[in-house]
Design a protein around this ligand. Structure first.
Ligand code: HEM
Length: 377
């Protein structure tokens, strides 16, 4: 239990710390990586460079302070983060390191305003939050399909669009169990990168007889080229070994959701493809609306044709000639449970369209690709 006086200090200082959020996170990462360069083998250097990710960690600690009276209520919210941590092999011994540099950053940015009482209260509260994460992650480590990173052999590499490659990787050593919608995490050493790099890629098919299938989009946007995605496209070939940690992630169709509408844009088709295949195989009523630029950029045509044959109502819309998805595309689906995946921008537009149709938020489930899932970088 945190003493009342300390809780009060935390509540009072949250707005101040949030106002200095960017400075605190910048100082935090700089100091932590200076003292522990080995952590750059876990963190995504591209995200650090472009500044997408760095805010999330520290800002989540601050956001958790809103729940200081009932810390267990943060559990559902941290499940997705904990899945990611487990997939990256974040371990209990890493937590005090993050705590130390977070507190030092608060101290440095606030200067004299950071009294010993404030630092002490935040130190204790960080410890409580860390314990919640460590507890959840322990259970995830205990139940993961396999321990650590295991070698898989690339059996097949297929160019499914000009910028998306589908890999089929196999191993006899592990139990390839996963839930449709989950991702695997690869560990690679691209030449010139200077560190080991870990990336999450969504599993894009439920069939695993020949191995696990996942897709990688080449991130080629100027200024944020993805070293790892380019390496996966250019350097990894059939016959190569790839180290992967066990499937993770909590984006999945709830068992009692029987009438479904999947909405995906671009590479958002990856988790949705396996979710739609799974739902069709379970006899659920599936409607799937997919959007991409044009036919050349439509991935998984073989898999999409197969689910259509098995009864899924599939609609593919090409934005170049037919415009973006809108209410018209979702007419008559108001009673379905809706699962969406795409870029942050795509998700925002879809949410707006659905809300304008009067669809209750509780029926909308989503997984954004962006900082949350580094599918490209
Ligand atoms: C990602 C929170 C501790 C390593 C994240 C994300 C959040 C977060 C919100 C983003 C998740 C997403 O994008 O979906 C926290 C909190 C922590 C904590 C609140 C402490 C209580 C740690 C520790 C480590 C760590 C101890 C290891 C040293 C990472 C890494 C990522 C991540 C490597 C992925 C970021 C990237 O793209 O490089 N964390 N985290 N975290 N966290 Fe943590």
């Amino acid at each position: 239990m945190i003493a009342e006086a300390k809780k009060q200090i935390i509540k009072e200082t949250v707005p101040v710390l949030e106002a200095h959020g960017t400075e605190i996170t910048t100082v935090f990462y700089k100091r932590m990586f200076e003292a522990h360069p080995e952590l750059l083998d876990i963190f995504n250097k591209t995200n650090q460079k472009v500044g997408d990710q760095p805010k999330a960690l520290a800002m989540t600690v601050l956001a958790a302070a809103r729940h200081i009276e009932d810390i267990e209520t943060i559990v559902p919210a941290v499940m997705g983060i904990a899945h990611k941590h487990r997939a990256l092999e974040v371990l209990p011994e890493h937590y005090p390191i993050v705590g130390k540099y977070l507190l030092e950053a608060i101290q440095e940015v606030l200067g004299d305003a950071a009294t010993p009482e404030i630092i002490d209260a935040w130190g204790e509260y960080y410890g409580k939050i860390a314990d919640v994460f460590i507890g959840i992650e322990k259970e995830m480590y205990d139940t993961a399909a396999w321990d650590g990173f295991k070698p898989f052999i690339v059996k097949k590499k297929e160019q499914v669009t000009p910028d998306i490659v589908r890999f089929t990787v196999d191993s006899d050593e592990v139990d390839k169990t996963f839930t449709a919608g989950q991702y695997i995490t690869v560990k690679v050493n691209p030449e010139g990168y200077g560190n080991t790099a870990l990336r999450h890629y969504s599993i894009c098919a439920i069939d695993k007889e020949d191995g696990i299938r996942f897709a990688v989009k080449r991130e080629a946007v100027k200024g944020r080229e993805g070293v790892v995605s380019n390496y996966m496209h250019d350097a990894i070939e059939e016959g190569d070994a790839l180290f992967m940690s066990a499937p993770a992630g909590d984006f999945k169709v709830e068992e009692d959701h029987d009438r479904l509408l999947f909405i995906a844009g671009g590479v958002g088709a990856t988790p949705v493809m396996s979710m739609a295949e799974d739902a069709v195989a379970k006899g659920k009523d599936v409607k799937y609306v997919y959007s991409c630029i044009n036919e050349d950029h439509q991935p998984f045509k073989d898999q999409m044709a197969a689910i259509r044959e098995k009864g899924a109502d599939l609609k593919v819309k090409f934005s170049e000639t037919e415009g973006f998805l809108n209410k018209e595309d979702f007419k008559g689906t108001e009673d379905r449970q809706i699962y969406i995946c795409g870029s942050m921008g795509f998700m925002g537009t879809m949410m707006k369209e659905l809300k304008e149709m009067g669809i209750d938020e509780s029926r909308i489930h989503f997984e954004p690709f962006g900082p949350k899932m580094s599918l490209g970088a």
